[in-house]
Design a protein around this ligand. Structure first.
Ligand SMILES: [Zn+2]
Length: 175
């Protein structure tokens, strides 16, 4: 077995999916035999195992407690917003529409644009819309969100300090 074949069998070996078929099982057995003789592949396996062990220690960060409120406020604002002009509506429709009725027309229009533009249509830049200014409510929620994050970071720092303090000489108590 070559190193390349062996390394392609490493995921099976790591994840224990070898029982799925006899072909995979014999592949894993061959890989094991190769690993016993090849230091390079053994190192590759060790590195993969270390990566998987590290992934096991990773915990998903908590979602912001204000996420739902912020989303709801943004949705309400979007619903209450004044209707946009016909050009904006058309642009949104063309960008987001996945229906079939426009595809032939769109294809034709793009082909025409390619012919007219001599193939340089792709580099045409559209004017970017002005960034939407967030309302007071959203700004407030964002401030709360930032405060929450700052508090979490401070908690973490304090925890780190607490673990450091056990190893360092005691600091004088603050009055
Ligand atoms: Zn090898």
């Amino acid at each position: 077995m070559s190193c390349k074949t062996c390394q392609s069998a490493l995921p099976d070996l790591l994840l224990g999916t070898s029982a799925a078929s006899s072909a995979a099982a014999s592949r894993v057995a061959a890989a094991r035999a190769h690993l016993a003789t090849c230091a390079g592949c053994a190192q590759e396996l060790a590195s993969l195992e270390a990566t998987f062990a590290l992934l096991d220690t990773w915990s998903v960060p908590a979602v912001s407690p204000y996420f739902d409120q912020k989303l709801a406020v943004r949705l309400r604002e979007e619903q209450a917003a004044p209707p946009v002009g016909w050009f904006e509506r058309l642009k949104t429709h063309l960008l987001l529409n996945t229906g079939r009725q426009f595809r032939p027309a769109l294809t034709g229009a793009l082909a025409l644009a390619l012919i007219v533009g001599g193939g340089t249509f792709g580099v045409t830049t559209y004017p970017h819309p002005q960034p939407v200014k967030a309302s007071a409510t959203v700004t407030d929620l964002q401030i709360l969100d930032n405060n929450e994050q700052a508090l979490q970071q401070m908690d973490q720092l304090l925890q780190d300090d607490a673990t450091d303090d056990t190893n360092s000489p005691a600091t004088p108590p603050q009055s």
